[in-house]
Design a protein around this ligand. Structure first.
Ligand SMILES: Nc1ncnc2c1ncn2[C@@H]1O[C@H](COP(=O)(O)OP(=O)(O)OP(=O)(O)O)[C@@H](O)[C@H]1O
Ligand SMILES: [Mg+2]
Length: 286
């Protein structure tokens, strides 16, 4: 397990997700670092996508500012200065771009459901509902929670299963997720983007309060389609679609190890992540 030494102690890696490295800062806070790793079909690829972690962090910060009126998040805010202090204390062991790819967040108990909200039929919804046309709009945002699998793929569960596990909290999380999805839909529309679906995670803070955790409206957690593409009948989502198309094309069986990606696929993917960030944060100011 990598450990960064900083004056006054060490930073211990407590969890490595598919994309993020999470370090313990103190008993209340975590250092939440978005790497450039890319995963598709729940398998991590050997080649990083340059700049991806910076885009994920910048978008998450931007969105958490927009959604804080609906539900508070785990982000402590104003963390650039403490992040710079951490780098200074690490004698060159922490990456200098840390303030751009990391956030200082409140340690929470993760509520083990993924709160998926859909505005249109796409992805796993289509697989579960054969015969439904891709991009069929729903009259109201549709809440389709899934379990958070420790290993392997998350599984969609009926809302009742979430309520059995969480009681009334399930209703609260559903309502918060739908409110945020409506806000996300409006802000994306202004940027010329159609928000197809997304996923939120929630946790409980030390006082038992509900916090939005993890990432928010990034291309890893959401499916975005450009308005102009939809208008000309192209249904291409602005995320790792290019990678999925490439590996499907070479017949990869979606089990590890993932194949190495051609340079062009990596570059195009990186450009898509950057384009979404520029459109969203650029259209409406940082
Ligand atoms: N404030 C928080 N406190 C504790 N854990 C958090 C917090 N915010 C996010 N997490 C957890 O940190 C991890 C983020 O890492 P990453 O996005 O790489 O995970 P992932 O591969 O999607 O993993 P998982 O399958 O566990 O969701 C997730 O497991 C998420 O639930
Ligand atoms: Mg994740």
């Amino acid at each position: 397990m990598p450990i960064y030494c900083i004056s006054g102690g060490v930073l211990r890696l407590i969890k490595q997700g598919k994309v993020r490295d999470i370090y313990s800062l103190n008993d209340k806070q975590l250092l939440f670092v978005a790497s450039d790793r890319l995963s598709a079909y729940d398998v991590i690829f050997p080649d990083p996508v340059p700049g991806k972690g910076v885009v994920l962090t910048s978008l998450t910060r931007w969105w958490l500012d927009q959604t804080k009126g609906i539900v508070p998040s785990h982000w402590t805010g104003n963390d650039r200065e403490p992040l710079r202090d951490l780098i200074a204390a690490s004698s060159g062991t922490l990456p200098v771009d840390l303030p751009k790819r990391a956030m200082i967040v409140e340690r929470c108990d993760v509520i083990p459901f993924e709160c998926v909200v859909r505005g249109y039929a796409y992805g796993s919804y289509l697989k579960q509902h054969p015969g439904v046309k891709p991009m069929t709009p729903f009259d109201e945002p549709l809440f389709t929670p899934s379990t958070k699998a420790i290993e392997g793929h998350d599984e969609t569960v009926p809302f009742e299963a979430m309520r059995d596990a969480l009681g009334e909290t399930a209703d609260t999380l559903r309502d918060l997720s739908i409110q945020m999805f409506r806000l996300g839909t409006d802000l994306c529309r202004r940027a010329g983007i159609i928000l197809v679906d997304t996923k939120f995670e929630f946790g409980r803070d030390r006082n038992g309060g509900i916090k939005l955790i993890d990432e928010c409206f990034t291309p890893d957690s959401s499916r975005f389609i450009l308005k102009e593409d939809v208008e000309r009948g192209v249904l291409e989502s602005y995320d790792k679609q290019i990678v999925r198309d490439y590996v499907d094309g070479i017949g990869w069986d979606r089990t590890p190890p993932a194949p190495s990606l051609p340079r062009e696929v990596i570059e195009k993917t990186a450009a898509r992540y950057q384009a979404i960030e520029a459109r969203i944060t650029g259209a409406q100011g940082e």
